[in-house]
Ligand binder design. Sequence first.
Ligand code: GRG
Length: 306
Amino acid sequence: MEKQEFDSLLQAKTEEIDRIIGKFLPREEGWQKTLIQAMNYSVLAGGKRLRPMLMLETYRMLGGRGTEIQPFLAAIEMIHTYSLVHDDLPAMDNDEYRRGRETTWKVYGEAGAILAGDGLLNLAFETAAGAFALVDRGDPAALARVADALLLLAQKAGYQGMIGGQSVDVEAEGRKEPVTEAQLNYIHRCKTGALIVASMQVGGILAGADGETLRTLEQCAEDVGMAFQIRDDILDVSGDSRELGKPVGSDEENHKQTYVTFYGLEEAGRLVETLSEEAVNTYLRIMKGDHEFLDHLILMLAGRRK
Ligand code: GRG
């Protein structure tokens, strides 16, 4: 696939995902209108929509053709967005810009941003649960797939996944001694990796993938998640704040250890490439179905500028 073809496909697919997410956002009305505005503000600020895209591409690669994937696409982006809204709060990273706009707490205040994050997390599960109504109620296997996908999403977003990684990260920042490589791996595998694993595995579960395929998807997504995080660390050192839509240099400012401080810029870059190539050449290669776009997406992320 030529770069131009990939770029226009990426744009079309991002627009498709944006339309789907938009269908599940609440109307800004009623006494709690300000809360809903704050929830929508952060979701509609943009973002690459990477997680829903990985989910949808995995679902389609494995033969999924239904609409029950749609609420899950919106749900994973709501969970991801709530995590960014809370991560930007003064009590956490104290960031003022995100996705090229002022952060939610800068616009709606701290209490407003806490509530907007809480609102998005609950809305995510309310939305995903709507998938039960989109499968044949007389088909127990289809109902079980939705239930399994919901359970996995809850686990990966919670204490065993993203929140777990974030809490170890917050604790480590409060300590004097440096984090070990094992701690750093745990933090990133959970904080960043868990939602990426959930994205691909939910796509697989809803498409009816077997256990072996789901394990391969997990390995693939773990590589993608780790590569994505290391690239994030690299961009914090060498990226452009205008392209990124958020400030750079914050890791150094916060004396944070990252893959760049552990391995150096060059080795970290090599790791991103090795992990991304493994995801494509070892894991996706053995998948049945068309994964050409997914291959290109993962390799593009390895060199992303934002
Ligand atoms: C507050 C519960 C809680 C969790 C926070 C995701 C997270 C956990 C913190 C964000 C900080 C950070 C840099 C995490 C690494 C993951 C990452 C690179 C997030 C940004 O994701 P992108 O690049 O963002 O996909 P867009 O804006 O494109 O959606």
